[in-house]
Design a binder for this molecule. Structure first.
Ligand code: V47
Ligand code: SF4
Length: 386
């Protein structure tokens, strides 16, 4: 395409975005073309980001819990999983789990992000028990737990259906679902990465069922490995289609592939430019998902800060005990303090605001930081007022 044609095509897309018209598969693929100015794509995504979320940069105070790293599956991109007899394999005891709850409470966490491996020998009751143990002892902490891959496994274990599993887990205390396990939906790619675990129709069905029972969920895309732009846009469009039906996704998180210690360690990590372009294109394609998260653990602090001007409005949380990315070579710190998070958002020219998992404002007790109450939904406040 010659430069004049490219400029005309970009103007066409810009007009659509300004008129709040939906972008097509071809539009998305075009925006991924390296000859299309990243800055121009970023500016357009920033326009949408400010239209939706004003000048705010959201964060939360959270911690991670990976109850086991032993996993029956062998996803090629995963450095976290271990074999049953591997000396580095673990399964946490109730006391270790309770200790994490106590630590989270002392740090003022509003959320525990709970995901792990599918352990060969642990029954459904063990997984359910983790949720009920935490909920009974730390009722205020929201449990964002189990990816669709785990829910699919629980269905296999219990021989019930997705709805039964989700309702049973909700009764135990699960509050919402994280977005993992989506990887890339297109079978040309998914079959190369993780052909045995929950397939695309199951992932979609599980999130749809969660939304139908009133449980909010997140969604992700793992990029920067063997996929092409077509597969990424196809993935985003499948998420957009489900969101049209259910409106149950709270936030989209693009996940940059980290190759170290994985079955794809010969690949290079995606560049910062690719990270920013993916944030921006996601913001532009996902016109019905309100928030885009630039997960600092995965992007690195500098890129996450820059992403706040390329379509992202959230950078996740303080995050303690993260293993999935650090096992795969992430060089980011183990956690950030609230002051550090707020500082990095301000440095990026945005106004920091603490939210809970479900995007409500959090109001902290002035005299005791570890105490809080939930305010109104951040989405109820118009961006111009924010
Ligand atoms: O499903 C695993 C990905 C996901 C690697 O919902 C990898 O708020 C890159 O879903 N390189 C789990 N990615 C993490 C996840 C997540 C993270 C942060 C916030 C939320 C949320 C969800 O991590 C997996 C897989 O897609 N993953 N290994 C790797 N080597
Ligand atoms: Fe197991 Fe999840 Fe790793 Fe796949 S990504 S091997 S399901 S822990």
């Amino acid at each position: 395409m010659i430069a004049a044609e490219r400029d005309a095509r970009f103007r066409e897309i810009r007009d659509k975005v300004e008129a709040e018209e939906r972008l097509s598969l071809d539009d998305g693929i075009f925006l991924y073309d390296p000859s299309v100015s990243l800055q121009a794509v970023g500016e357009l995504a920033n326009f949408v980001r400010e239209r939706l979320n004003g000048n705010v940069g959201y964060y939360n105070i959270n911690t991670h819990l990976n109850p086991t790293n032993v996993c029956v599956y062998r996803c090629r991109f995963c450095a976290f999983r271990k074999d049953l007899r591997d000396e580095k394999g673990y399964a946490m005891t109730d006391e270790q789990i309770l200790e994490r709850g106590r630590e989270a409470t002392a740090n003022g966490c509003t959320e525990m992000h709970i995901v792990g491996g599918l352990h060969h020998q642990r029954k459904y009751e063990w997984y359910r028990g983790i949720i009920s143990l935490l909920k009974e002892n730390f009722p205020q902490i929201h449990l964002k737990a189990w990816t669709a891959v785990e829910i699919d496994w629980f269905r296999f274990q219990t021989k019930k259906d997705f709805r039964w599993v989700l309702e049973d887990m909700r009764e135990a205390g699960q509050g919402s679902m994280p977005g993992g396990g989506a990887e890339i939906f297109h079978p040309e790619v998914r079959d190369q990465l993780c052909e045995h675990k929950a397939n695309t129709p199951s992932w979609i069905e599980i999130h749809k069922t969660a939304h139908q029972i009133g449980m909010k969920t997140n969604c992700t895309m793992l990029y920067g490995h063997v996929e092409k732009a077509y597969h990424r846009i196809d993935h985003l469009m499948r998420l957009r289609e489900l969101q049209d039906k259910t409106n149950g996704f709270q936030v989209f998180i693009p996940l940059a592939f980290h190759p170290e210690n994985t079955g794809l360690s010969d690949l290079k990590k995606p560049s910062g430019l690719m990270d920013l372009r993916t944030v921006a294109v996601s913001r532009l394609m996902l016109d019905n998902i309100r928030h885009i998260k630039a997960y600092w653990i995965m992007l690195g602090i500098e890129t996450a800060q820059t992403a706040l001007a390329y379509g992202a409005d959230d950078i996740d949380g303080t995050v303690r005990h993260e293993l999935i990315y650090h096992d795969a070579g992430a060089k980011t710190p183990e956690f950030l303090s609230v002051e550090q998070i707020q500082h990095l958002i301000r440095e990026a020219g945005r106004e920091p605001a603490e939210r809970d998992t479900q995007y409500n404002h959090i109001i902290r007790d002035e005299n005791d930081f570890t105490k809080w109450r939930t305010g109104e939904s951040v989405d109820a406040i118009s961006p111009s007022a924010a």
